[in-house]
Design a protein around this ligand. Structure first.
Ligand SMILES: [Zn+2]
Length: 188
């Protein structure tokens, strides 16, 4: 599995009006679908699979580089880690910690799994061993030493893709619910 780090997109490569238009066109829709098919809708960082709201992500952060080799599938949660300025500041639902018992990739996989089974944030955080909160800084070296946790707090923007995915997931969730006892058994 490809390693996931807290990061942010280089400001120079943020989308402009022309690129936004391209992302609404049919050529991009085809490319997006091709990327989804090639990777069977599975997130490259955590393996989470969803037929809706997965992101065809530009690996180098450049929305104009649409080569197959530059496109990968990323889930809505891992996207907020990769673009942590957005996750921490703009939508305000990612918290940062200095300590974790797991890698960032495992944090994502376990958060999907446990939340899907009804675990609270407090329980997931305890299981992951996340300790000592940290603040966001636009500094890649600093962020690389931290761990991001996508909380279940609502996004500041209820109409964003992340919120839409949450609604979709809620209506399609088929994970068996864990009761407190079972959750305790899965903790290592
Ligand atoms: Zn993911």
């Amino acid at each position: 599995m490809k390693r996931l780090y807290l990061s942010f997109a280089p400001p120079k490569k943020w989308r402009n009006g022309r690129q936004k238009k391209w992302l609404e066109g049919t050529a991009w829709k085809r490319l997006r679908q091709k990327t989804m098919d090639r990777h069977d809708y599975a997130c490259v960082y955590c393996g989470y699979r969803s037929e809706k709201y997965q992101i065809a992500d530009h690996i180098d952060g450049d929305p104009e580089n649409n080569a197959d080799s530059n496109l990968q599938v990323v889930c809505q949660m891992c996207n907020l880690i990769k673009h942590s300025g957005q996750g921490c500041v703009i939508v305000g639902i990612v918290d940062l910690y200095k300590k974790s018992r797991f890698s960032q990739n495992e944090i994502m996989r376990l958060t999907h799994e446990m939340r899907g089974r009804g675990a609270s944030d407090a329980r997931i955080i305890r299981h992951l061993g996340l300790e000592e909160k940290a603040r966001f800084r636009q500094d890649r070296g600093y962020l690389k030493g931290l761990y991001g946790f996508v909380t279940s707090k609502p996004s500041f923007d209820e109409n964003d893709m992340y919120s839409k995915w949450l609604g979709y997931r809620k209506s399609h969730n088929s994970e068996p619910k864990l009761d407190e006892h079972q959750t305790r058994l899965t903790e290592r």
